[in-house]
Design a protein around this ligand. Structure first.
Ligand SMILES: *[C@@H]1O[C@H](CO)[C@@H](O)[C@H](O)[C@H]1NC(C)=O
Ligand SMILES: *[C@@H]1O[C@H](CO)[C@@H](O)[C@H](O)[C@H]1NC(C)=O
Ligand SMILES: *[C@@H]1O[C@H](CO)[C@@H](O)[C@H](O)[C@H]1NC(C)=O
Ligand SMILES: *[C@@H]1O[C@H](CO)[C@@H](O)[C@H](O)[C@H]1NC(C)=O
Length: 202
């Protein structure tokens, strides 16, 4: 991918700072000191960056008659960015009534931004039929000038789900009772999410 090549150059240019700054003993340097040292935001963003992600899925099918259903799926996720720990966790979610997997990975859903913390600029995700999640985020480090990062991650998911169906044995039309229901619930999955692509925005 062309983008990766272009944007890797500025990352490499900054790497020496990341490698020498955090935890390096004072005075261990020979020659002139580097012009500046990155703070924790830059250091975390530049070395083996990962998000902490937790994601869960729930879907409901409610049939009021054999031919009429009201069905939807929801996906919720909590995301934290260790470079910006002040923003503890971003909560994101989406619901869909597109039968029957509800999420097909063809749509990006924005996460609400946290007005209290402008350091996280934008976050969005997409979800592929319980089997994959993509996360996309831009954030900014304000240490010795502003440095803006954009990263995109793709993670396969192996969700463990329960699938419970119920059919009303006595259903008759017009009683208002459910004809049948189905409830699919997938336990939260927690993972370290490593970007497939991270770049500095110029
Ligand atoms: C996200 O965090 C909230 C608040 O702590 C919690 O109630 C919810 O279960 C979490 N969701 C996931 C998918 O971990
Ligand atoms: C990131 O998400 C936005 C939607 O907010 C989307 O338009 C954009 O294409 C995504 N970027 C990448 C690299 O996939
Ligand atoms: C998914 O998880 C189940 C239960 O933990 C396990 O048996 C199965 O091997 C896993 N599949 C993959 C592809 O990781
Ligand atoms: C079905 O309806 C009959 C008659 O109203 C009732 O006796 C029976 O208990 C019902 N069965 C169930 C499973 O609700």
């Amino acid at each position: 991918m062309i983008h990766t090549k272009i944007y890797l150059l500025p990352i490499l240019a900054l790497l020496p700072y990341a490698a020498s700054a955090p935890g390096s003993p004072p005075g261990g340097h020979h020659g002139p000191p580097p012009p500046s040292c990155p703070g924790p935001c830059l250091a975390t963003s530049l070395s083996d960056f990962t998000w902490d992600l937790s994601i869960e899925y729930h879907a409901f099918w409610y049939f009021t008659t054999p031919a009429h259903q009201n069905s939807w799926g929801t996906v919720t996720l909590n995301l934290s960015n260790p470079a910006v720990p002040a923003v503890k966790t971003l909560a994101c979610g989406a619901s869909s009534d597109r039968l029957s997997d509800f999420f097909y990975g063809d749509q990006w859903y924005p996460c609400a931004s946290n007005p209290a913390s402008p350091a996280i600029l934008d976050t969005s995700f997409r979800f592929f039929s319980r089997s994959r999640v993509d996360v996309n985020q831009t954030w900014v480090c304000d240490e010795d000038g502003l440095v803006k990062f954009a990263a995109l991650a793709t993670a396969p998911l192996n969700m463990t789900c329960t699938d419970v169906s119920w059919t009303n044995p006595n259903w008759t039309y017009g009683t208002g009772e459910f004809y049948s229901t189905r409830d699919v619930k997938c336990a939260p999955v927690s993972l370290r999410l490593k970007p497939n692509e991270e770049r500095i925005l110029l």
